[in-house]
Design a protein around this ligand. Sequence first.
Ligand SMILES: CC(C)(COP(=O)(O)OP(=O)(O)OC[C@H]1O[C@@H](n2cnc3c(N)ncnc32)[C@H](O)[C@@H]1OP(=O)(O)O)[C@@H](O)C(=O)NCCC(=O)NCCS
Length: 313
Amino acid sequence: MNAGILGVGKYTPERILTNFDLEKMMDTSDEWIKTRTGIEERRIARDDEYTHDMAYEAAKNAIENAGLTPEDIDLIIVATVTQEANFPSVGNIIQDRLGARHAAAMDLEAACSGFTYGIVTGAQFIQTGAYKHVVVVGADKLSKITDWDDRSTAVLFGDGAGAVVLGPVSEDKGLLSFVLGSDGSGGKYLNLKEENDKLYMNGREVFRFAVRKMGDASLEVLEKAGLQKEDLDLLIPHQANIRIMEASRERLDLPEEKMIKTVQKYGNTSASSIALALVDAVQEGRVKDGDNLLLVGFGGGLTWGALVLRWGK
Ligand SMILES: CC(C)(COP(=O)(O)OP(=O)(O)OC[C@H]1O[C@@H](n2cnc3c(N)ncnc32)[C@H](O)[C@@H]1OP(=O)(O)O)[C@@H](O)C(=O)NCCC(=O)NCCS
């Protein structure tokens, strides 16, 4: 049984925080942020708007978009690092709110690689025939763990959620190959500081790692799928920094129009970044039946994940 995407949904908070707003909050400039990262603005959740609220909206929209009801769902996987409590999980909370009575639920932590890990995990249940419909959500409220006194990280992140419904698709469609990886020795470069529960990052080390791994993982997953660079229709990379994304695109010899870019409007939204980029691409009509998509991400852990998907049912 092949596992593919049957529906997509997203949620982004209403409040927009622009680079010009940040100029008033800290010693930074629109020019610095734009040239170093490609980010122009990001969405910030309200104080009383939590990761599970965003995850719920995205999942609800994806289930509707798939033409299903919550009762059709067998499993909910939420990739996140910003749950309000270790348990109950965000998955449990939204399972109840959705009324997904028959669904099992869990959270998965792989930081910004979480959505790729989630799709690969969910697909296993479909491929074995154990489950028919799996919701995979990438949701994070990074503003909650952002150190607003650290200008080198505070300007990078945003909040949001994206979701897909996975289900069985025809033989030549769906997930064709994947690569997942971990290098825990790099955990020191990107983590939650114990003293204040805020994000710490060594930007240069993460940048170096990201450029290398995004390129390597992309080429590896393409080969595993038995495809050539020119067979690729869309690259959907983790939206952390336009310079890292461009390096991946160049390793794959792809023209600009084949890469989905949302970093300018959402910033780095962690586990939801690739999900939001995919949903926007679908909603803008940029994904056609039979297209070969490459999703690739990296993040805290350190982790990375890449997968090739052929679009359609
Ligand atoms: C964070 C990042 C944008 C910094 O870009 P960079 O080109 O490496 O910049 P540097 O760290 O060399 O800093 C250059 C200067 O800008 C300054 N600077 C840092 N943040 C700034 C800001 N927001 N506004 C203005 N200046 C800033 C630094 O203090 C430094 O000044 P100095 O030279 O006087 O010391 C870049 O390292 C990066 O994107 N790394 C990867 C991060 C990432 O993708 N994380 C996602 C994990 S999932």
